[in-house]
Design a protein around this ligand. Structure first.
Ligand code: HEC
Ligand code: HEC
Length: 279
């Protein structure tokens, strides 16, 4: 640099001087434009607090107004879809890509409020409640079956078969439990002779009409820390057997009628179907 810039005369540490030159042009531009922005903003929008009120700005903007406008446009989008739901069957809703996407979004909260307490967040399951995200179904993963499960509820029944005075001796319960545990129950003669076959089918895979579990897939409806003991317990005490106070309780409550509207149930059926296991 040829011409020397003036200093303020202060010198720190013997060689650190303060110069008097102007800040660079880009910096001044930034300063003036932010000043201009402040002034324009203050004219347009609510800005300066006064003693009991504040400057309102000429745009008439308020946060509440903006919120209401957003809500109104959301309602408009929603009502376009909501209007179609009452007259459509669950299968029709499912077949409509656009509509079912809307339904899944709006059913998330419904599921959280009504179902997650038992079935876990997002249907991932809880101990002794079925998982809804896999393709293992007690009653079936077809959309109409899921719709029925939610509308009418489910209350399966298996009589207690073991313990004093019942069908099976303790040794027989052990035998059956062990073969169920290792997945070979259908080759066990007791399975047929003691009547398990009538509800669990000759293949052991269960009947979806009555929700009798598959005894060959090693997916446990009643998971237990010691699974062998858990199986024995089910055989001994049955499921929802009113004659045994220690019976397993398994009831899916009925949501049709007064608990949820028909439309909400349709939404939930589509939501559950789309969780991943729908058939
Ligand atoms: C009080 C607990 C509870 C609540 C709340 C509940 N469920 Fe269930 N649900 C169950 C039980 C228990 C079963 C299994 C019944 C059985 O063992 O046969 C079940 C079964 C089901 C099934 C059948 C699963 C299959 O494998 O076929 C579906 C679908 C289902 N529930 C959906 C829902 C939806 C959707 C909601 C919310 C609207 C809901 N459930 C709320 C307890 C509950
Ligand atoms: C009247 C019909 C019926 C008969 C008879 C019956 N079961 Fe069941 N069983 C069921 C139903 C229904 C379920 C599923 C309950 C549910 O969905 O929560 C079940 C569930 C089970 C389970 C639990 C499976 C799991 O995944 O946790 C076992 C184990 C079992 N049964 C074994 C037997 C054996 C062994 C016999 C014969 C000694 C037998 N059952 C006879 C209806 C029956």
């Amino acid at each position: 640099m040829s011409d020397k810039i003036e200093t303020t005369g202060h010198l720190w540490d013997e060689n650190l001087a303060e110069l008097t030159n102007q800040p660079p042009g880009w910096w001044m531009l930034g300063l003036y434009s932010s000043l201009a922005f402040m002034i324009i903003y203050a004219i347009l929008y609510p800005t300066i607090p006064l003693v009991t009120t504040y400057t309102k700005g000429i745009m008439g903007w308020t946060a509440v107004k903006e919120y209401k406008q957003d809500l109104a446009s959301l309602d408009e989008i929603r009502s376009k879809y909501e209007a179609q739901l009452p007259s459509k069957s669950v299968a029709e809703i499912l077949a409509d890509e656009d509509l079912s996407q809307y339904v899944v979004r709006s059913a998330k909260v419904l599921f959280g409020d009504n179902c997650a307490a038992c079935h876990g967040t997002g249907g991932a399951g809880n101990p002794s409640y079925p998982v809804l995200v896999d393709d293992d179904w007690l009653y079936g993963g077809a959309i109409d079956i899921i719709h029925q499960s939610i509308t009418n509820g489910r209350k399966p029944m298996m009589p207690r078969m073991g313990m004093a005075g019942q069908e099976l001796t303790e040794a027989e319960v052990d035998t059956l439990a062990n073969t169920i545990h290792n997945g070979t129950v259908v080759s066990e003669p007791l399975y047929t002779s003691k009547g398990c076959v009538g509800c669990h089918t000759p293949q052991g895979t269960g009947m979806q009409a009555i929700g009798s579990a598959d005894l060959t897939d090693k997916i446990w409806r009643f998971a237990a820390e010691d699974q062998l003991d858990g199986i024995k317990y089910t055989i001994n005490h049955g499921v929802n057997d009113p004659s045994d106070p220690k019976t397993r309780n398994a009831e899916m409550p009925k949501f049709g009628g007064t608990k949820l509207s028909d439309t909400d149930i349709k939404k939930l059926a589509v939501y559950v179907h789309k969780l991943g296991g729908g058939q």
